[in-house]
Design a protein around this ligand. Structure first.
Ligand code: FE2
Ligand code: FE2
Length: 330
């Protein structure tokens, strides 16, 4: 049986029974997606394609040239990832607004973080000068996702830890977009900025790749579960692409700050843990060491998953973790 709006009746009834836990998960994901969009929007203004789908900014030719060293299609991929993130929070917020009408006790309001947009924009030509939720000019990037997805014997859900692919990115704060036009030269400096972005792209998206399956285990309503199971794998599609592109970042040392991007295919790197074409998840332990290794997303432990995501955002040095925590407590 269908209602006038074409939706099956069971969906209408099911929405009326949405639990407070389901609503909290959707509100948390909306906040996380707004922050993701803020990161990607800044990348798109300077390094992507600015058009009617993703407006704002006018591009930085020197930055784009350096990004294209990783792949000639980088501006298109940046554009598409930005548009995807925008649709993630817009959809979840529209859904929250819609179901609010079905609930006896309300609380499924859409999430709006605009009052937290206080961080500065890049001063480089091509960026909009507006308040931001995140800061891409002082990033500490954890590249341990690289070895986490290559390990055949370890899993973060078992408490295992993993070495970073680019140790230098953990030892300071680095720009992933040009801070001003002074960052556009020398060539190795702007390339280091593009390399930092390349590794950060995969960091962002591997976070979403774990977040959705982790939170899906807490969802009660089948339609909310469908939303999580339909958005989550697009994060994985993004991660897979960026994981491949990061491997093309040229080995170099930034002459302005000493940041080193090592050759990941040669000693002391190289081998199964670092080889740049090993971009598909290696099988590893899952649930119990008694079971055979299996190719999986990792981590997917549901306990503490939301706090883990918030901490990961704090760890980027982008200042958006505290925003996320504040926003979802209210
Ligand atoms: Fe997303
Ligand atoms: Fe994403």
């Amino acid at each position: 049986m269908l209602l006038a709006n074409g939706l099956p009746v069971f969906a209408e009834e099911s929405r009326a029974s949405l639990t407070s836990g389901d609503i909290a998960i959707l509100r948390f994901l909306s906040a996380a997606e707004i922050l993701e969009t803020d990161l990607w929007q800044q990348y798109n203004e300077l390094g992507g394609i600015q058009d009617s789908e993703v407006p704002g900014g006018s591009g930085s030719p020197a930055y784009i040239k350096a990004l294209e060293v990783l792949d000639g299609d980088m501006p298109q991929y940046i554009h598409d990832n930005t548009e995807d993130e925008f649709t993630h929070f817009t959809f979840i917020n529209a859904y929250l607004t819609f179901i609010n009408a079905y609930l006896v006790s309300k609380g499924a309001d859409p999430v709006n973080l605009d009052k937290f947009r206080t961080l500065p924009s890049s001063k480089a030509t091509g960026a909009q000068n507006i308040g931001r939720l995140t800061n891409l000019m002082q990033l500490t990037v954890d590249t341990s996702y690289w070895t986490k997805y290559r390990s055949r014997t370890k899993n973060p859900d078992f408490g295992d830890t993993f070495p970073p692919a680019v140790p230098g990115l953990l030892k300071g704060q680095f720009p992933a977009i040009p801070r001003n036009n002074g960052d556009l030269a020398p060539a190795k400096h702007i390339q280091a900025i593009a390399n930092t972005a390349g590794f950060h792209f995969a960091f962002i998206e591997q976070g979403g790749t774990s977040l959705y399956p982790s939170l899906a285990q807490r969802v009660s309503n089948p339609e909310v579960l469908r939303i999580l199971l339909s958005i989550g794998p697009t994060e994985t599609a993004h991660f897979q692409t960026w994981h491949d592109k990061a491997g093309n970042a040229p080995a170099l040392t930034d002459p302005t700050n000493g940041l080193v991007f090592p050759d990941l295919n040669s000693p002391p790197f190289g081998g199964e843990d670092f080889q740049t074409n090993l971009i598909m998840p290696e099988p590893t332990i899952f649930l119990s060491r008694k079971f055979p290794p299996v190719s999986i997303i990792r981590p997917t432990e549901t306990q503490g998953a939301a706090m883990g995501a918030a901490k990961a955002l704090v760890g980027t040095g982008s200042g958006c973790g505290p925003t996320l925590i504040k926003a979802t407590r209210s």
